[in-house]
Design a binder for this molecule. Structure first.
Ligand SMILES: C[S@@+](CC[C@H](N)C(=O)[O-])C[C@H]1O[C@@H](n2cnc3c(N)ncnc32)[C@H](O)[C@@H]1O
Length: 405
C-alpha cells in the first residue's frame, strides 16, 4: 500500500463530495426569503407589517401599498454603503410561520454558513447582505437570479437526484423524479401555473446575464426585425432593442408562456419603456402547419432552444427558420459551446448532463451546430465564445433554397 506521503491530496475529491451542500445553503437562504428580509431592513419591515395589518383591517382598500412596492422602495434606498442588518432573533421572528419561529440553532447555522460562503456578512448580532447577494439574491433586483435558484431547488435538484438512471437509460428524469411525462418535456416543466412563472423567472435572470455579450458578438446593425423563437419573457428581445435603435422585436413562445410574459414581464425593468418595439406572438414552432404562424423577420434568434432537442427536431426547426428568412437574413444561436475536444469546459459538460436529466437535448460543439445549420441551408457560419454564460453563433441565408447536401 502507498505511503501516506505519496497519496494525492484528497482535497479535490472532498470539494466535489461536498459541492451539493453549498448549493443547498444558497437554495435555502433564498427560498426562506432571508435575503429579501435583509434587503428591506427593520424600518421597512415594520412599515410592511403595519401595511399588512392595515390591509387586513380594510380589505376594501385597493390603494394599500404592497410588500413589493415597499421592497422596491427599499431597493432604491439600499446600497452597499447603507446596509440593513438584522440579528438572528429578528430574522427568526420575521420568518415565523403561523406564530412558530424557526429553530434559532438551525437558522443560526444556516446564516453562519452563508457568511462563510460570502453571501452574507456579519454575525448573530446582525447579519447583512454582501454586494453579491444584494445584486443577485433579492427578488426585486433588476439582476435577480432568485427565479433560477428557486427553479434549481424545486426541480433541478430532484432531477439530478436521478442522474444515475438518466446516465444508464440515456433519457430524462421527469417520470422517475416527478411521475411526469418524459416525452413531453415542456408539459412537464409547465405542470401548473406557478411552475410556468417559476421557470420563466429563472430564464429571465439567466438570459440577462449574457444578453449583451451574445447580441454584440456579431454586427447586427443591418437588421430591423428580430424574431426570438422560444423567447419567453422577452429579456433578449428587449436587450436587442436597447442595443440597436433601428430594431423591433417579436417574441414567439407557447400560448401559456406568452400570456404570463405579457402579465408579468412587459413592465419589467429593461422591457418597459420600449413601447411597441417588443411584442409577443403565441404559437408552437413544431406545429405541423407553420407557414402562417411564425412571425416574419430578417434576424431570427434561437437562444437555449436547440440544446433542448435531439438532432431531428433541431433540423426541422432550422429548416423552418431558413424557409421564413429572406435572402440576406441571419440566424443567431445563443448556446454554450463545447470545445472541439468534447472534454471542456467543465461548466458546459455539466450543463450537457443537466440537459440529459430534463430534455431530449445536449450541449454541442461549433462543428456540430455547423453541420446542422449547413444541412438546413445556412452558410457563412461563425461561432464566438463570449466569456459570458452563453456563446454566440451566426449563420446567413445566402440563397433562396437549401442546396442539396
Ligand atoms: C430553455 S427556454 C429558453 C428561453 C429563452 N430563449 C432564454 O434563452 O432565456 C426554452 C423556451 O422554448 C419555449 N418552447 C418550448 N417548446 C416550444 C414550442 N414548441 N414552440 C414555441 N416555444 C417553445 C419554452 O416555452 C421556453 O420559453
Amino acid at each position: 500500500m502507498a505511503d501516506a506521503q505519496e497519496l494525492p491530496d484528497a482535497a479535490p475529491v472532498l470539494e466535489l463530495l461536498n459541492g451539493f451542500r453549498k448549493s443547498k445553503v444558497l437554495f435555502t437562504l433564498v427560498s426562506l426569503g432571508v435575503c429579501d428580509l435583509l434587503q428591506l431592513g427593520p424600518q421597512q419591515q415594520q412599515q410592511q407589517q403595519q401595511q399588512q395589518q392595515q390591509h387586513a383591517a380594510n380589505t376594501a382598500s385597493s390603494s394599500s401599498p404592497t410588500a413589493s412596492a415597499a421592497a422596491a422602495a427599499a431597493a432604491g434606498n439600499s446600497s452597499s454603503s447603507s446596509r440593513h442588518t438584522l440579528s438572528l432573533q429578528q430574522l427568526a421572528r420575521l420568518l415565523s410561520k403561523e406564530g412558530a419561529e424557526p429553530s434559532h440553532d438551525g437558522l443560526g447555522r444556516l446564516l453562519d454558513a452563508a457568511v462563510s460562503l460570502q453571501l452574507l456578512g456579519g454575525s448573530r448580532d446582525g447579519y447583512y447582505l454582501t454586494d453579491l447577494a444584494h445584486t443577485y439574491l433579492t427578488r426585486d433586483s433588476q439582476h435577480s437570479l432568485v427565479g433560477y435558484i428557486i427553479h434549481s431547488d424545486s426541480l433541478l435538484y430532484k432531477l439530478w437526484g436521478d442522474l444515475e438512471t438518466a446516465v444508464v437509460t440515456g433519457s430524462n428524469c421527469w417520470s422517475w423524479a416527478f411521475g411526469l411525462d418524459s416525452a413531453d418535456v415542456f408539459a412537464s416543466v409547465y405542470s401548473n401555473d406557478a411552475a410556468v412563472l417559476r421557470f420563466m423567472r429563472g430564464m429571465h435572470g439567466l438570459c440577462q446575464l449574457s444578453a449583451k455579450p451574445v447580441l454584440t458578438a456579431f454586427d447586427l446593425t443591418c437588421y430591423n426585425m428580430l424574431v426570438d423563437l422560444g423567447g419567453a419573457t422577452g429579456a433578449l428581445a428587449a436587450a436587442a432593442c436597447e442595443l440597436y435603435p433601428q430594431m423591433r422585436a417579436v417574441v414567439f413562445d407557447l400560448p401559456g408562456v406568452v400570456t404570463k410574459a405579457q402579465q408579468h414581464f412587459a413592465a419589467a425593468p429593461g422591457v418597459q419603456g420600449l413601447g411597441d418595439r417588443v411584442s409577443w406572438v403565441a404559437g408552437d414552432f413544431f406545429a405541423e402547419s407553420q407557414e402562417a404562424g411564425l412571425p416574419a423577420g430578417d434576424l431570427y434568434v434561437l437562444s437555449r432552444i436547440l440544446h433542448d432537442w435531439e438532432e431531428a427536431r433541431c433540423l426541422k426547426l432550422l429548416r423552418l427558420v431558413y424557409s421564413r428568412l429572406p435572402v440576406g437574413g441571419a440566424l443567431l444561436l445563443c448556446e454554450m459551446l463545447l470545445d472541439e475536444s468534447g472534454t471542456a469546459p467543465p461548466e458546459v459538460l455539466l450543463q450537457s448532463l443537466n440537459m440529459l436529466t430534463q430534455t431530449h437535448g445536449r450541449e454541442r460543439k461549433l462543428s456540430e451546430y455547423s453541420h446542422l445549420l449547413e444541412a438546413a441551408g445556412f452558410r457563412r457560419i461563425q461561432g464566438r465564445k463570449t466569456g459570458s454564460y452563453l456563446d454566440a453563433i451566426i449563420a446567413y441565408k445566402d440563397v433562396a433554397e437549401p442546396q442539396a447536401p
